[in-house]
Structure formats: C-alpha cells, structure tokens
Design a protein around this ligand. Structure first.
Ligand SMILES: [Zn+2]
Ligand SMILES: [Zn+2]
Length: 282
C-alpha cells in the first residue's frame, strides 16, 4: 500500500479540512499520510483524531519556507509531534511575526488610499492562518482591484508598494531545529531551488546533509519518470532517503489528487519506514 508524505489542508492553503483529507486518504487506499501545512501544525490534532477513527496512520508534520536567495526552498518536516519543542516553539514565534507582517501590509494599503481593517482580513481567512491571498481577496471585494492577480502584480508582490517581507528560518537552522525536536527534515521539490548546475546542487546538499538533512523529495506529482529516478539517485549519493508526496492542495491545484498526484504518483511505504528510523519520540 502506498503513502503520501506531503499534503496541505485548510490549516494553510489547501481546500480540504484535515478531517476531509484523512477521509480522502482512506478512499485512495493509502497506508499512511503526512499532514504538512505551511509553517504550522494547527491541523494536526484534528487529523490525528480522524485518522485514529479511520484506522490509517497520520504522520504529523509541517512544511517550512526557508531563507534562500536563489529560489524557493521548502523543508517538509515529518514526525513533528504536536505540542512544545524547539521547532514547535519557534513556529509560534514566527507566526506572531507573520501577523505583524500582515498588519504592516494593511497599514501600507491604507496609506495608499485603500481602506480596510485587519479584522476584515482575518474574517476573509476564516479559521486558517492569514496571508497575502486574503488581503488580496478583500481588495477585490472592495473594488480596489479587478482580481487577485492584479492585487499581487500591482500592490502585494515582492518589491511592490504594499509589500512587506516575512520572517523565515535559515536552512541550517530549520534542519537543526527539526532534528532537535525529534523530527525528520526532507528537502521539498528540489526543482524550485532554481539550481541548474549539478556541482551547485551537490554543494548545497553537502551543506544541508552536514546540518542534519535526512531526505530529498524525489517522487513528486509534477516530476516525470526520469526526474523521479534522477532525484532518487542523487538522494542515495548523499545518503538521503528519496521521499515523496503529492503536495495536494485540494481544488487550489486542479487535477492533482491526493496519493496519486496527476495519476502516476506512487510513494512506496518502504520510504516511510526508512524515514521513520530517524524519528525520535519526545
Ligand atoms: Zn512547497
Ligand atoms: Zn507543499
């Protein structure tokens, strides 16, 4: 039976609740599923409860956005137990930093003549964590921009007038905190790193392995067969486990299904068992 080690729920930017995700995993015949919402473990408790009733294994986790100038560096952290711990506590601090950042963006928009309150933005986000898409949605609702895309292109995107940076962890710090918390760090979807040269990739992996990296996400929805094989081979060369997952976001990524990606994704349970060997219970 296959597994899926990378999924998102309404606790970050997925459309399905943690509970619905677990039901989907059961329907797909998965043996285990990891919940890895962006920079939060908020949905984990609900998912663990649902998984226990459904008789499926739920691996608690998160997906960290790390500071990396070259491109997007994400770290899937598996076996991160809910509650307190070195990484868990740091996530709470970062959460406060993000709230301050959202308020900064709203203040800038106000100064630019677009009136809205922090409360309106929070209402837009509902129970999930607040982010730029919710601010954009309020801008659309109030008629300041025709659509979300324009909101980002003209106001909220990087280096645009209302942009404010968000606090992120350094790669080494994220990996170290994950290990100190007994969790298992996996470098996510390596194509987004923006690295084209093999030597540069090798240099980065060496650095991250020295910091305690355990896995490299090699079996990913959008990868073709030769890419999955290539990354798996690269992972083994550096003593890393070739992890995998769909990066399911529900209706926000149309055509991409839990467990099977675009139809041809299979993450074997063996990978999970290898990763599990690195997890330490608190
Ligand atoms: Zn990601
Ligand atoms: Zn993801």
């Amino acid at each position: 039976m296959p597994v899926d080690l990378h999924t998102h729920s309404t606790a970050s930017d997925g459309s399905a609740s943690p509970n619905q995700l677990v039901q989907l995993a059961v329907e797909r015949g998965l043996k285990a599923m990891a919940l890895t919402d962006h920079d939060t473990t908020e949905g984990v408790e609900d998912a663990l409860g649902a998984a226990e009733i459904a008789g499926i294994e739920l691996i608690p986790g998160t997906e960290l956005s790390l500071e990396y100038d070259n491109g997007g560096m994400h770290l899937v952290v598996l076996f991160l137990s809910p509650g307190s711990g070195p990484l868990q506590d740091r996530l709470c601090e970062l959460q406060k930093g993000r709230e301050a950042r959202n308020e900064q963006i709203v203040a800038r928009l106000n100064a630019l003549g677009m009136e809205m309150t922090n409360e309106e933005v929070r209402d837009e986000a509902g129970a999930g964590s607040v982010g730029r898409p919710h601010i954009a949605a309020v801008m659309v609702a109030k008629g300041y921009v025709p659509d979300i895309r324009t909101a980002f292109d003209e106001w909220l995107g990087n280096d645009k007038p209302a942009y404010a940076g968000r606090p992120r962890l350094d790669p080494e710090e994220g990996i170290r905190l994950a290990r100190e918390s007994g969790a298992v760090p996996v470098l996510a979807h390596p194509h987004t790193l923006g690295i084209n040269r093999a030597a540069e990739m090798a240099e980065l992996l060496e650095r991250l392995v020295a910091a305690g990296l355990v896995g490299l996400e090699s079996i990913y929805s959008s990868y073709r067969r030769h890419e999955r094989e290539g990354y798996s081979h690269l992972a083994r060369r550096f003593g890393l486990v070739p992890s995998g997952g769909s990066d399911y976001h529900g209706t926000y990524k149309p055509g991409l299904e839990l467990g099977v990606g675009y139809g041809d994704l299979v993450v074997p349970n063996d990978v999970l068992e290898e990763l599990r060997d690195f997890a330490k219970s608190p």
